[in-house]
Design a protein around this ligand. Structure first.
Ligand SMILES: Nc1nc2c(ncn2[C@@H]2O[C@H](COP(=O)(O)OP(=O)(O)OP(=O)(O)O)[C@@H](O)[C@H]2O)c(=O)[nH]1
Ligand SMILES: [Mg+2]
Length: 303
């Protein structure tokens, strides 16, 4: 264990991987005590790898949230999301493989093989135990997994209710190798404020719109300017929402602009909480045909 007055420094990457919707982002946020990653009840909420950095004087734990692994990628976007997810198998010092009490895992060969081969400590996290009705379900899950591979540890947790996390965090800290500060101690993520702004808008799109709309949407921050207003510090933000079809643009905007107005209000509230500053937000919508299939668009959007 990393003693208080020990001058050694411990650091490493804790990579969180799993299928969509099992609670990976909720877990990372809970471990960090920060709302860094966006969370919704829809699968494929997270599209990028996002680092969340936990610091004290002697330790730097770098958590990595990732998109849920998509079994049947249908767009180039899905392939890039899977590349981001599988990247987590390559540089982990501790692997957290997350499942939940609902998931009927079928032991997808590529995933199992990747977990099997990774040499760092690997942990199976069974999440959402706050919803558990029948305790025998836990045994069922661990038995199923033990047919495929051996984890070093199994933790049953509720990321949402924050139970079981202290034990998990102790295990993680004890597993960290000696190492340098990979990031400055005051840095919380590898991502920029602009990135988090685009994510918070995307989160509200996921919450507000139905069916294919959130999945066809991408958000780009065109301008982010900090300034002073009468009421105190303010951040002025202009963002563009891209959709794939003209009719989707109409849906985003809504009758007389009612839907986009609602979106703006909700996004602004989320950002004001995140930045603890006043926000002025301007949203635009444009069509970028089939951006999910276009390598070039995906490059531009940072996938
Ligand atoms: N009941 C319960 N719900 C949870 C728990 N953890 C997460 N959830 C819910 O599960 C849903 C998905 O959570 P996320 O954290 O977005 O899941 P994810 O694995 O990051 O999903 P993707 O980014 O889409 O791959 C949300 O509605 C969460 O509120 C938990 O411990 N208990
Ligand atoms: Mg997520």
């Amino acid at each position: 264990m990393n003693e208080e007055n020990n001058s050694k420094h411990y650091s490493g990457f804790v990579n969180i991987i799993g299928n969509p919707n099992v609670g990976k982002s909720t877990l990372m946020n809970a471990l960090l005590g920060d709302k860094l990653s966006i969370i919704t009840s829809k699968p494929q909420t997270t599209r990028h790898r996002i680092l969340g950095i936990w610091n004290d004087d002697n330790n730097q734990i770098i958590f990595s949230d990732s998109p849920g692994i998509i079994d049947d990628p249908q767009y180039q976007l899905h392939k890039r999301m899977n590349d981001a997810a599988f990247g987590g198998f390559e540089d982990a010092d501790v692997l957290l493989f997350v499942t939940d009490i609902y998931e009927q895992y079928t032991g997808e060969e590529k995933v199992i093989e990747n977990i099997r081969q990774i040499e760092c400590p690997k942990v199976l996290i069974i999440n959402k135990v706050d919803m558990l009705k029948d305790v025998s379900r836990l045994e069922e899950i661990t038995n199923k997994w033990s047919e495929w591979l051996k984890f070093d540890k199994v933790f049953t947790i509720s990321a949402k209710e924050k139970t079981g996390l202290a034990e998990l965090l102790t295990f993680i800290r004890e597993s960290m190798p000696e190492g340098p500060e990979y990031y400055p101690k005051d840095q919380l993520s590898d991502r920029t404020e602009r990135f988090f702004v685009s994510e918070m808008i995307r989160e509200q799109i996921l919450l507000q719109y139905k069916q294919e709309i959130p999945y066809s949407s991408e958000v780009e921050v065109m301008s982010f300017k900090e300034g002073e207003a009468k009421a105190g510090p303010i951040i002025r933000i202009q963002a563009n929402i891209y959709v794939e079809r003209p009719n989707q643009k109409n849906i985003i905007i809504g009758k007389n602009g009612s839907e986009i107005k609602k979106l703006g209000i909700a996004s602004r509230a989320r950002m004001e909480e995140f930045f603890q500053k006043n926000i002025h937000l301007e949203l635009h919508v444009s069509v970028k045909e089939d951006w999910r299939r276009s390598e070039r668009s995906l490059d531009v959007f940072g996938y």
